[in-house]
Design a protein around this ligand. Sequence first.
Ligand SMILES: [Fe+2]
Ligand SMILES: [Fe+2]
Length: 276
Amino acid sequence: KERKVIFIKDLANVDDRIFTRAHLLKDEGFVSYFGAPLITKGKIIGVLEIFQREILKGNSEWIEFLETLAGQVAIALENAALINDLQSKHTELINAYNETIEGWAKALSLKEEETAEHSQRVTEMTVKIAKAMGMGEEELYYVRLGALLHDIGKIGIPDSILLKPGKLTDEEWEIMRKHPVYAFQMLAPIDYLKRAIDIPYCHHEKWDGTGYPRGLKGAEISLAARIFAVVDVWDALISDRPYRKAWPEKEARDYIRKQSGSHFDPEVVKIFMEIS
Ligand SMILES: [Fe+2]
Ligand SMILES: [Fe+2]
């Protein structure tokens, strides 16, 4: 209660009713006892205890040192608790982001024909190729987010165009082709997602510069988007669509190979052929 160091020189002289553990300590063969409260921000968070098997002479300097030590221990414990707390808050935040992003991907798949499974499949395959091409863990994390969100810009495309059963008119195509720009506008203001923007913004660019929205060429297109372009086309070809059956894998592979150097980065196609 007094928030002070307790010093018991000889446990044999202590009243068990005041210091209830005294007999336990005596039975263990302890003679002297020190207890220093661990105080931080005015709260007692524990006690630093010293047990000695012989009489211990604690002069005032010694006790002062013990008090300083107890102060340091209290601060260290407090810091450890703070860091723990911070880490779990950080994990919570990352989880919230990831769940939100997966929620967006699901929201889009509710709206259009491409399924959530398509998003999952192309994400896994893109990450696999990116890894094989030497990307590090941190980069891969953003590649994953970008792949999950690749067509998020389609949220801005009217249903009459997005879900139109027949062929799109030139005008409708022009609107459809805006989805990467919509993705850019949607994601760029979000600090956390800025680094994931390459795939949603650039997945329709082509190696030879004939893609959209900016007509980027070769290495102007980020590697992540170059990888994703191959995977997205591949997965679309080998999946059933309302207007056509899935292609046999061999034909799809031939198509990808034929587009190497025009639509696709030849280096990416090479790795894709090796690991798919
Ligand atoms: Fe797209
Ligand atoms: Fe896709």
